[in-house]
Design a protein around this ligand. Structure first.
Ligand SMILES: *Cc1c(COP(=O)(O)O)cnc(C)c1O
Length: 461
């Protein structure tokens, strides 16, 4: 087959130029939307009718047509996670700078596997990782890489914890390894345990729901227990309620017993930047590894999680892939290969959108935006406390607010949630707290106002 018959897919010809303009126009308009419409999902049959499978065919379609289908049929069927009215799960609120630079990362095909291929990109990503390590109080020798999400980061870190424990234990290791966790730990920790085939030792939390050093020490005091623990996992901001475990207490116990200490701060790690909440993360400087998701509260686009190890060398020993065609990237001790610090190989330089935005705006702008969110969450909690028919479940520690409408059944919460979305007031989903269905607001977008909160609360009478 001759190249000419393949067509111009890889050439910048007139059709490509027109397509580039259309796509840039679309992204320009999407960036400009203020506010972003919340939108809502569609049934599979409706989507199939709007965008039939025949769109994928042998000869292709006009770019204009395909882009219009996306813009008019598909995009509105996606709830905008970056809407200030998205208060379910954990939202996202990428800066414009980070979104724009994400296009640069894509258009430049920036891979971030190795120093050999991507020295410039890796250098910039490492600046951000060092910044985060410094915020946490880790030594400047700390390091790691960006992975796709908190789940991938937890898995990668805990593989290192297990293998390091195995190696230290040598032949005298336990029959089964365990991870010590609290019942509030993120679901990805249980999933990690299944994948790496270790057991969970679920440590009960105090009456105020924090995992503490005392509770961990008590759980480890049982015969043979401490020797079988390959890592203790604390959470810096639980996903359901924003509870920050006693990192200092848990970290001290881990240090004392020589056990790996991992802090999952996927959501709450952003509070490292917030003077009004930083104290809650005291003790994070004791970790062997920690995770923070910039695609959550550090205003980066999907998908971006930062994984930092106190001693990256331990991770490198575990994760470096061995293949003859990779030998060339492993010739120098001083060249940093992100691929060696998690279970991945090929990776996009997904830390760069955050790098660009941080460099443009400065971390002071991030600090201020995070404080704005904390303020709104606290004010929302105060509104609920003062409300005649609503009850606050617990004082928010970070930016997640749990509350109840006494008298409502789970079905009432579900109906309320559907109606709020149908009216495009907000996307809010109920959760369970100690077995009870309650309402949950996850604040993360600096543009979520108290007026929006009032609109939501007004629907709960
Ligand atoms: C969101 C979250 C995760 C999972 O992160 P993903 O990026 O969704 O994979 C893990 N731990 C905590 C505490 C989280 O909030």
């Amino acid at each position: 087959m001759h190249l000419d018959s393949v067509g111009p897919m890889h050439r910048f010809d007139a059709a490509t130029a027109a397509m580039a303009q259309q796509v840039l126009d679309y992204t320009y308009e999407r960036l400009r939307l203020d506010p972003v419409p919340l939108d809502r999902g569609l049934a599979p049959t409706e989507l199939a009718a709007r965008v039939p499978d025949s769109i994928i065919n042998e000869l292709g379609n006009d770019a204009d047509h395909v882009l219009t289908l996306f813009a008019e049929a598909l995009a509105p069927a996606v709830i905008s996670c970056d809407s200030p009215r998205f208060l379910a799960f954990i939202p996202t609120a990428p800066t414009k700078a980070s979104l724009l630079f994400d296009m640069v990362v894509s258009c430049s095909s920036l891979s971030g596997i190795s120093w050999l291929e991507a020295a410039g990109a890796v250098h910039a990503e490492n600046q951000v990782l060092r910044f985060l390590a410094r915020l946490a109080g880790l030594p400047q020798s700390a390091g790691g890489c960006f992975v796709s999400g908190g789940s991938a980061a937890n898995l990668s870190a805990l593989v290192v914890a297990r293998d390091t424990a195995r190696q230290r234990a040598g032949a005298g290791g336990p029959h089964r390894w365990q991870l010590a966790v609290s019942e509030q730990a993120h679901s990805s920790i249980a999933s990690t345990a299944r994948i790496i085939d270790v057991d969970l030792l679920v440590v009960p939390t105090r009456s105020d729901d924090h995992l503490t050093g005392d509770a961990v020490a008590t759980a480890l005091s049982a015969e043979g227990q401490a020797e079988s623990i390959c890592a203790i996992v604390a959470t810096g901001g639980t996903t359901n309620a924003g509870i920050v475990d006693d990192l200092a207490g848990v970290g001290a116990v881990a240090r004392d017993r020589g056990i790996w200490f991992h802090a999952d701060c996927a959501y709450g790690g952003a509070a490292l930047l917030a003077p009004s909440a930083r104290d809650r993360l005291a003790g994070i400087e004791l970790v062997d590894s920690f995770v923070v998701d910039p695609h959550k509260w550090l205003f980066a686009p999907f998908d971006c999680a930062a994984l930092v190890y106190r001693e990256p060398e331990l991770a490198r020993r575990v994760h470096t892939q061995d293949a003859s065609y990779l030998d060339v990237i492993h010739t120098s001790e001083t060249e940093w290969n992100p691929t060696d610090y998690a279970y991945h190989l090929t990776r996009r330089a997904r830390g760069l959108p955050l790098w660009f935005s941080l460099a443009v705006h400065g971390w002071g702008a991030y600090r201020d935006a995070i404080e704005v969110v904390l303020d709104v969450a606290r004010a929302a909690a105060a509104r609920i406390e003062a409300h005649p028919t609503l009850e606050l479940v617990r004082e928010p520690e970070l930016s997640i607010v749990l509350f109840r409408r006494p008298g409502w059944t789970p079905a009432d919460y579900d109906r309320w949630s559907h109606e709020l979305l149908a009216a495009q007031i907000a996307f809010v989903t109920p959760t369970k707290w100690k077995g009870e269905t309650v309402a949950r607001l996850a604040f993360l977008h600096p543009e979520t106002t108290l007026d929006i909160v009032d609109e939501i609360l007004a629907t709960m009478t």
